[in-house]
Design a binder for this molecule. Structure first.
Ligand code: BGC
Length: 363
């Protein structure tokens, strides 16, 4: 568990026990002298968590609650570890949990423990199903899948391959979002008459698993037996692209989808290796969550207008903040990702991408 007092950023080793943290002066009351907010993220293989979610949340919370401190944990894809991290955070005096669950179902027991201690829980990015969560902040995730499929289907039509077939590399089914992405995409493939020849759910959202799945599919279908790869996020896309390269297929000839607008994904799009990604304004997601967390931690009402939907999680109707995802191909990187400063031109356009950046109007 890493803890950063917001007044002074101090990072302690991941293996420290609660006692060690207390001894280091970071106990119950919080490093900033005010309430402690626990931020519990699910994994660190996908770039967004350490490049955006964590720093963007922390910076905004400092603004809205200067005395608050963030107690940060990353579960590295291990649901049991996340349980212990949540227990430790509560023992350490966390007044609020911002929880992005590894497992949508089993995280319910974390919520039950928090409720027993009157600690509010914000379900962050991924929904914690069938539990008494207080708020949910995320994107329209079925729409993410729909956008991916719409964009891919249109490209297949341009290529004269309107019916596919395609290989689908979905996310981890323990993540409620993965189910929504998959159903959003599958529905659109059906509507457009695109055949999904092979479909996989990818444990832990790991790129290495995605690569193995795509390899299996290519072996079964043959090099010319598929027209495109549906990748649920940019890491799934990367795995699919690696499998194509390994099989001697030029990935430029098979459009591949992604999600997250990861820096590497955006660069692959510029190079023509990946067809599209879905940009989600994660900075706004993290900032809205920090606004909510800052208010709750100080016993205030959340800012008016922040909550924009009420959604069921199977147990209750949850006040929710739902943001809108955007499909991004080479033609609109500038008007979305760059405009929002999600990545700057100099971050994207390193020397290897200079020519591609020029032709996409970025430089
Ligand atoms: C998030 C995606 C992310 C994936 C893997 C999903 O729940 O919404 O942005 O790529 O998890 O961590």
């Amino acid at each position: 568990m890493l803890r950063s007092g917001l007044g002074r950023i101090g990072i302690l080793g991941a293996g420290l026990t609660g006692i060690a943290l207390m001894a280091a002066g970071c106990g119950g009351g919080g490093g900033g002298g005010g309430p402690t907010v626990a931020l519990l993220l699910p994994e660190n293989q996908t770039a967004r968590y350490e490049t955006h979610d964590r720093p963007d949340f922390t910076a905004k919370l400092k603004q809205v609650c200067p005395k608050c401190s963030v107690l940060y944990s990353n579960a590295t894809n291990d649901a049991t570890k996340q349980q212990s991290q949540a227990d430790a955070a509560m023992t350490q005096g966390a007044k609020l949990l911002v929880l992005d669950p590894v497992d949508a179902g089993s995280a319910g027991s974390i919520v039950a423990k928090a409720k027993a201690r009157n600690i509010p829980v914000i379900s962050y990015d991924r929904l914690i199903t069938n539990s008494q969560i207080d708020y949910y902040v995320s994107f329209d995730n079925a729409r993410v899948g729909k956008l991916q499929a719409q964009s891919l289907d249109a490209r297949l039509k341009q290529l004269g391959k309107a019916a596919g077939p395609i290989i689908a590399i979905n996310g981890d089914p323990a993540d409620n979002n993965a189910k929504l992405f998959k159903s959003g995409a599958t529905g659109q493939f059906k509507t457009d008459g695109v055949k999904v020849a092979k479909s996989y759910d990818t444990p832990g959202w790991l790129g290495s698993n995605a690569q193995n799945e795509a390899q299996q599919a290519i072996t079964a279908l043959g090099k010319n037996g598929f027209a495109a790869i549906y990748g649920a996020n940019d890491d799934m896309a990367e795995g699919g692209i690696a499998a194509m390269k390994g099989a001697g297929i030029d990935p430029k000839t098979r459009p591949t989808t992604g999600q997250d607008a990861a820096l590497a994904g955006v660069q692959r799009i510029l190079a023509g290796i990946q067809y599209m990604t879905v940009y989600k304004a994660v900075t706004k997601e993290a900032q809205d969550t920090a606004e909510l967390a800052g208010a709750l931690a100080q016993g205030k009402q959340p800012p008016a207008g922040l909550v924009n939907q009420h959604l069921s999680n199977g147990k209750k109707t949850v006040p929710s903040v739902i943001l809108t995802p955007v499909a991004v191909t080479k033609s609109n990187i500038k008007d979305t990702i760059v405009k929002d400063k999600f990545w700057t031109v100099s971050q994207i356009c390193t020397s290897a991408y200079a020519a591609a950046c020029k032709s996409a109007g970025l430089q």
